[in-house]
Design a protein around this ligand. Structure first.
Ligand code: IMP
Ligand code: MG
Length: 177
């Protein structure tokens, strides 16, 4: 089957939205005594992370995590294994998790649970895309780029079989005979 990608969110719209979220985060975290730490969950969020961190006009640190969800049935999908953990102790930090897309919410709800036990000063979540129709596990969302319907999207970090991450826009992946 051949694949093609149709543009869904343009480069221009992404640029404007990232600037808007960056501004909001800057306002919200200005004057706090904690240190801001952006935590990107690899790999999908790297592109958003790279743009968002430059849209925030505050001193900040970044770190990365790699997690994998495992279990065969739907109910056990909420198990998350940390494959790469944070490098620092987070007790002095305001953590902002930066995600590419919030789908079922299994992975993030578990990750948030794990990070909360480490007692950061605060913990918030910023996702580039949100598919509310697909949510199973409850997740509190603080910042969101775009709400999208239940379509499989690629580009701007998001992949299909590790492809398309480098597209500068978000596209819907179509299959043709
Ligand atoms: P969940 O919220 O635990 O279901 O996991 C979300 C993860 O599934 C994201 O971090 C993506 O890696 C992947 N994912 C979900 N929807 C899409 C999509 O439309 N395109 C590409 N990856 C997706
Ligand atoms: Mg992924």
């Amino acid at each position: 089957m051949k694949e093609n990608v149709s543009v869904y969110i343009s480069q221009e719209d992404i640029k404007n939205k990232v600037a808007e979220i960056g501004k909001k985060i800057t306002e919200d975290y200005k004057g706090r005594d904690g240190k801001l730490l952006l935590v990107s969950v690899l790999k999908g969020s790297v592109v958003f992370m790279a743009d968002l961190m430059r849209a925030i006009d505050l001193p900040l640190s970044i770190d990365f995590m790699i997690v994998s969800s495992y279990g065969s049935g739907t109910s056990s999908r909420g198990n998350v294994k940390i494959l790469k953990d944070l490098d620092i102790n987070v007790s002095d930090y305001d953590i902002l998790i930066v995600e590419d897309i919030l789908d079922s919410g299994y992975t993030l709800s578990k990750l948030i649970e794990i990070l909360k036990t480490r007692k950061p000063k605060s913990l918030k979540l910023c996702t580039f895309l949100n598919k509310p129709d697909r949510r199973v596990a409850h997740v509190d969302l603080d910042y969101c780029g775009f709400e999208i319907p239940d379509e499989f999207v690629v580009g701007y970090g998001l992949d299909y079989d590790e492809k398309y991450r480098n597209l500068p826009y978000v596209g819907i992946l179509n299959f043709e005979e």
